[in-house]
Design a binder for this molecule. Structure first.
Ligand code: SF4
Ligand code: SF4
Length: 161
């Protein structure tokens, strides 16, 4: 009995330490509770067997399940509780939102995660850096970005014919 109480205390302490779930994570937890009662999609992918037997979904469970999903959409097309049903179950969408968040949260080094969140800026900077590198390499190879006019070549080939 004492052991059970100690375990309960430990579980409460762990739960208190866990950071609060985001709205996207809460949505995955809500949908997984519905899926766990339904289980129609059990054979579709690794998500449904992994979710089996869980009555509650903690942050780590939700991140794990979100990264098992490969967004095939099969469960959405099969789901009798998909919108416009009031349960509004859309597992691929809910998983994708959490998966995107985990890409940013678990990136290493962490600065890359921040860049991932601002992917528009990252893409623009990467494009600018790529173009600058291309121009520098062209200068190093040819000594200049300019080259003789093409007209001379055209005139020569015109005269030979
Ligand atoms: S996605 Fe829909 S049909 Fe599939 S297990 Fe979940 S609730 Fe059931
Ligand atoms: S969308 Fe995700 S959860 Fe649904 S069947 Fe495909 S892999 Fe599984």
């Amino acid at each position: 009995m004492q052991q059970l109480e100690a375990l309960t205390r430990q579980a409460r302490a762990l739960a208190a330490d866990e950071p609060a779930t985001t709205p996207h994570e809460a949505e995955v937890a809500r949908q997984m509770q519905i899926c766990n009662a339904c289980r129609y999609c059990e054979g579709f992918c690794a998500v449904f067997p992994a979710m089996k037997g869980r009555l509650e979904f903690g942050k780590a469970d939700i991140h794990y399940l979100a990264n098992l999903c490969h967004n095939c959409g099969a469960c959405l097309h099969a789901c009798q509780y998909a919108p416009p049903h009031e349960f509004a179950v859309n597992v691929p969408q809910a998983m994708a939102q959490v998966r995107g968040q985990t890409y940013a949260d678990y990136a290493w080094p962490p600065a890359l995660g921040a860049l991932y969140k601002r992917n528009g800026l990252t893409l623009a900077l990467a494009l600018a850096a790529g173009l600058a590198l291309f121009l520098v390499l062209a200068i190093l190879r040819n000594g200049t970005l300019l080259h003789p006019p093409l007209a001379g070549t055209f005139t020569r080939s015109f005269r030979t014919t």
